[in-house]
Design a protein around this ligand. Structure first.
Ligand SMILES: *Cc1c(COP(=O)(O)O)cnc(C)c1O
Length: 433
């Protein structure tokens, strides 16, 4: 009935999330409110982990891509489900440390890690750096020397996957700010350079070809290309690369037009490609890493708003304004992303009119849903926007000095705050007069 599998409707015709009545949640915790279904978040972690066990003999590790939704709570949940984590900044790393994440399962990404971030990560014993460029490699080698350690690294490689038939945001092609390219020899050169350094050890290679991808083929293609690179490195440098990190990017259902592949299918198909390539190139079967973010967090999240002004501009457009918007969900203003919304207090009502749901920020582009079919909406209704678990809270801002919403985790009928609502005092706490 809804895009997210965990939602239902109760006898009051209210939306239900994790056995909690959404209207009651809005009353108890206020709006706007991020609601995270802990059980679904954890289940999504397990889908990947179980597939790795089933199709690849457990010879791998699923890393939760923290940037999708990074909180102490989600770090802890991913850890308890046996996942590792990928972090892309000192701040995400700090969150993982404070959540008690085992550092050997932390992988550090980013195309421009600062010297301070590198120092912080080495000092804290981060398991592996995904090195992006020569500057980072040199800084890292020096930093590891300073601390008297040998740092495990892998390189972020642009496999050059020909993605022009796929309409996703691409990061695997040569014209990308991320990583080193294969086709011009950059990837090989940086690997050769690292082999001569004393305080880094090349344990793996990494690629991430984009996000919200609905097709298995580009992942298979990327895996094959990366395996051939592993073969070339063995043949030419005598270096056996042990780990193959295939990134994230698995698509999810935001609206009923989206048609995602079951997540375990990726691991199934990619495992076959990797096994075949290992045999062909006579290299050891690598330890595989995957980095799903959106597909773990997004479906588990719902944002609740209260409807304020309704503005029916005859023959033009009907605007429904809510008490949040681009500050808590900037994805429409960034990418014109589409969502499904439900009137939580009238959840199974027929969708009879076309409306635009707008936020409260001083920007005309502050829209949550454009031209969406909705039931009649009234002032005071609770509106739920679905599948907002990823890239909402983590991309939120205080634009217009609007405090960021609270987040509650729901599980089997219970609900508790996992991120407090910001106060006005929080907004000025770093201001100096
Ligand atoms: C963003 C990102 C991910 C996660 O992508 P999703 O689309 O959220 O699965 C994984 N790895 C890297 C390197 C990324 O940049």
């Amino acid at each position: 009935m809804f895009v997210s599998e965990n939602l239902s409707v109760n006898e009051k015709n209210h939306l239900v999330i994790g056995k909690n009545d959404a209207v009651e949640l809005a009353k108890e915790f206020g709006t706007p409110l991020y609601v995270l279904d802990e059980d679904l978040f954890r289940k999504n972690c397990r889908v990947y982990k179980n597939a790795m066990d089933k199709y690849y003999g457990g010879n791998g590790l699923v890393l939760y891509a923290n940037k999708a939704l990074c909180t102490l709570f989600t770090c802890r949940a991913a850890m308890e489900e046996g996942l590792g984590v990928d972090v892309v900044s000192g701040g995400e790393l700090y969150t993982a440390i404070k959540a008690g994440f085992p550092m050997d399962k932390v992988y550090f990404h980013g195309n421009n890690k600062t010297a301070d971030e590198i120092d912080f990560a080495v000092k804290n014993g981060v398991g592996c750096f995904i090195v992006d460029n020569v500057y980072e490699l040199e800084t890292l080698n020096e930093t590891a020397k300073k601390y008297g350690v040998v740092q495990n690294i892998m390189f972020r490689i642009k496999p050059g996957v020909d993605a022009h038939t796929h309409s996703f945001i691409r990061t695997g092609q040569i014209d990308s700010k991320f990583g080193v390219a294969l086709e011009n020899g950059e990837a090989f050169e940086i690997t050769e350079k690292a082999c001569k350094m004393s305080n880094v050890k090349v344990v793996g290679v990494h690629c991430h070809i984009g996000s919200q991808i609905f097709d298995i083929e580009p992942f298979k293609e990327a895996a094959d290309i990366m395996m051939n690179f592993i073969g070339d490195v063995k043949d030419k440098l005598g270096l056996e690369i042990e780990q193959l990190n295939l990134g994230g990017g698995y698509g999810i259902m935001y609206t009923e037009n989206d048609d995602p592949v079951p997540y375990d299918e990726y691991i199934k198909h990619v495992s076959e490609v990797v096994k075949a390539a290992a045999e062909k190139r006579n290299v050891k079967l690598p330890f595989i890493l995957m980095e799903p973010g959106r597909s773990i967090a997004a479906p588990a999240g719902v944002t609740l708003y209260t409807v304020g002004g309704v503005k029916d501009i005859k023959n033009v457009r009907k605007y429904i304004s809510v008490d949040g918007g681009m500050g808590d969900n900037p994805r429409y203003i960034l990418y014109q992303s589409e969502y499904e919304a439900v009137v939580a207090n009238n959840a199974s009502a027929a969708r009879t009119e076309k409306v635009t749901i707008a936020g409260k920020c001083c920007e005309s582009g502050d829209i949550l849903l454009n031209d969406a079919m909705m039931p009649e909406i009234h002032v005071g209704d609770t509106l739920a926007v679905l599948a907002t678990g990823a890239y909402n809270y983590s991309m939120a801002s205080n634009y217009n000095r609007i405090p960021r919403p609270a987040m509650v985790a729901v599980s089997d009928g219970s609900a508790r705050v996992i991120v407090k609502r910001e106060s006005y005092d929080d907004l000025i706490k770093n201001d100096v007069l």
